[in-house]
Design a protein around this ligand. Sequence first.
Ligand SMILES: Cc1cc2nc3c(=O)[nH]c(=O)nc-3n(C[C@H](O)[C@H](O)[C@H](O)COP(=O)(O)O)c2cc1C
Length: 215
Amino acid sequence: MADLSRMRRDYDRPGLREEDLAPSWVEQFDRWFRDVVAADVPDPNAVVVATADADGAPDARIVLLKGYDEAGFVFGTSYASTKGAQLAANPRAALVFPWHALQRQVRVTGRVERIGEAASDDLWDPRPREAQLAAVASVQSTVVDSREELEARVRLLDEETTTEKLPRPPVWGGYRVVPERVEFWQGGPGRLHDRLRFVRDDEEGGGWVLQRLAP
Ligand SMILES: Cc1cc2nc3c(=O)[nH]c(=O)nc-3n(C[C@H](O)[C@H](O)[C@H](O)COP(=O)(O)O)c2cc1C
C-alpha cells in the first residue's frame, strides 16, 4: 500500500463563529463563493454531486454549478445520463464544494427537481457551439466503441447543422438541488474545526435552525 500517513495538512485559518455567520444559508454561501472566486482557484464552481440508484448504491461526479439562490443549486446535464437515471429513481442528492485553498467545504443535501424548459434553455443557449455539438453527439454515460466513433458523430452533426447554435435537445436540461441541510466547514488551528449547519425545519413553517456539529 502506498503510505500517505506522513502527508500533513495544517489548518491555520480563522474559524467560523456563530456571530460571524450570515443570517441565512444562501447569504453565507454567497459570502464564501465570493471568497473562493477572489482566491482565484481553478473551477471555483466545481461541485461533487452524489446520487444513489433505486437500490441505494452511491455514485458521485463533478459538475459545474450554473447558479444558486434561496431556491437551491442548479447544474446542467443530460437527463438520460447515469445520474439522470439515478435521479429519476431517487430524486435526492448531496453536494460537496471542496474549497481546499480556503480550508473550507460546503455540504448540501436535499431533494432534486428538474428546472423548467425555459430555464434549461437559458443554461443551454450560452454554451459555445463545440459544447453544444458535443452534448448532442455524445449520449452521456453510454458505452462507445472508440474515440474515433465519437469524433465522427460530432463531425457529421457539425456538417449537418447550418445554424451557429444548436437547439437544446429534450434530454439536456438543468436540475435544482433544493437544500434541506447546508453545512459550512472551516478548518482551524488544532484540528478543532468549525461546522455550522443550517437545517430546514418544516415545523417552523419553512424556517431554518442552526446547529453546531462536532468536527
Ligand atoms: C471540472 C468538471 C466539470 C464538469 N462539469 C459537468 C457539467 O456541468 N455537467 C455534466 O453533465 N458533466 C460535467 N462533468 C462530467 C461529469 O463529471 C460526468 O463525467 C458526467 O456528467 C457523467 O456522469 P454520470 O455518468 O454519473 O451521469 C464535469 C467534469 C469535470 C471534471
